[in-house]
Design a protein around this ligand. Structure first.
Ligand SMILES: NC(=O)c1ccc[n+]([C@@H]2O[C@H](COP(=O)([O-])OP(=O)(O)OC[C@H]3O[C@@H](n4cnc5c(N)ncnc54)[C@H](O)[C@@H]3O)[C@@H](O)[C@H]2O)c1
Ligand SMILES: *[C@@H]1O[C@H](CO)[C@@H](O)[C@H](O)[C@H]1NC(C)=O
Length: 321
């Protein structure tokens, strides 16, 4: 009697183990099938990219819209029929962006707000005004940024904190202000301006590089966190982090370029067009030009000395202000 019970128990245990084994094999098999599918799909998408989604009627908020890339983004989103909300510290230049949009005679509405994005209370107060006067922001573009260039030992503590406040900490405040309504509707897009200096460290830009590397981390983590939060639904809040090479906005005061014919500063218009394209294609990470991201990914697999050799050969960066 006892023996037969024992037998049954042993048989059961074997079956459970066998079943678990088969389940793992099935899991691994499915995993490999999906990996293959995604590789084929990814390769296909290099040649036939997904269609750019419409942004007509979306409410696009751009921080630092008064100058440079931010202003160009405002103009281009306006020409695509989005409602534009311009935020900047500088009221005058922010107004000029709005004037330029109105002069371009596009049908879309434009609103301007003075806001210092490093001030959490101000971000929340102004975002409440935006909600009342314009509506829920559906595309948030964290663009405002500063870039003082000097050696680390020449940076003052105030300047180092300021760089992080504008380039990184401000993203947390705007995300906390605008994500709730996106989550509620499961609709939205967050775009963040990192930089090639957020992929590859550069002399005279130690705090700036630190801040731009941080932007990449916070964007990836937020996207994954929301994906978990939305586990039951198809996640429809997208994240796009862009890494532009030097852009001709005046932000880079003393650029250094060895091969101007292939690596000259990008016109702000071109940078903005690429950013809008990446956003409309739901691309999570894109360098501008696109190839730089891949060059970096490949180079990082080689011995460190090869990376340094490539750096010295290209000899591109910024001098101290
Ligand atoms: N220009 C480049 O070479 C380059 C390259 C890669 C990435 N980027 C990034 O792109 C973004 C835009 O750069 P840009 O060259 O257009 O700069 P820009 O200096 O031309 O414009 C930045 C705008 O942000 C505003 N701003 C600054 N601090 C602010 C604050 N605390 N609150 C609100 N607004 C504030 C400024 O008033 C200005 O209008 C930045 O994040 C920058 O780091 C620039
Ligand atoms: C900017 O525009 C707003 C609203 O049109 C106006 O109240 C403000 O005085 C303007 N500011 C500057 C500095 O031009």
């Amino acid at each position: 009697m006892l023996a037969s019970t024992l037998d049954t128990t042993v048989t059961c245990a074997i079956m459970v183990t066998a079943y678990a084994g088969i389940a793992i094999f099935a899991d691994i098999f499915l995993f490999l099938v999906k990996v293959t599918y995604f590789i084929v799909e990814g390769t296909f998408r290099i040649f036939f990219p997904v269609e750019e989604k419409s942004v007509a009627g979306e409410i696009v908020l751009i921080t630092g819209a008064g100058h440079g890339i931010g202003r160009e983004l405002a103009l281009q989103y306006a020409s695509l029929g989005a409602k534009i909300v311009c935020w900047d510290l500088n009221e005058k230049s922010n107004n000029e962006t709005a004037e330029e949009i109105k002069r371009a005679n596009v049908a879309s509405a434009v609103y301007t707000y003075k806001c210092d994005v490093t001030n959490r209370e101000e971000v929340f107060r102004v975002s409440e005004n935006v909600r009342k006067e314009v509506g829920d922001v559906t595309i948030l573009v964290n663009n405002a940024g500063i870039m003082p260039c000097r050696t680390l030992l020449d940076h003052t503590p105030e300047e180092i904190r300021k760089i992080f406040d504008v380039n990184v900490i401000a993203h947390f405040w705007t995300l906390q202000a605008f994500l709730p309504s996106m989550i509620e509707k499961n609709h939205g897009h967050v775009v963040a301006l990192s930089s090639m200096a957020g992929i590859s460290g550069l002399p005279n830009l130690v705090p700036y590089c630190g801040s731009k590397f941080a932007v990449r981390g916070l964007m990836e983590a937020t996207a994954l966190e929301l994906r978990d939060l939305m586990a039951t639904k198809e996640m429809n809040i997208k994240f796009t982090c862009v890494f532009p090479y030097m852009v001709d906005t005046g932000l880079c005061k003393k650029p250094k370029v060895r091969f101007p014919s292939i690596m000259s500063l990008l016109p702000p218009k071109v940078a903005a067009t690429e950013i809008v394209r990446a956003q409309r294609r739901n691309i999570p990470e894109a360098s501008i030009p696109g190839i730089f991201f891949h060059v970096n990914n490949v180079a990082r697999n080689f011995p460190t000395k090869v990376g340094l050799l490539l750096r010295d050969f290209l000899d591109s960066g910024v001098e101290a202000d």
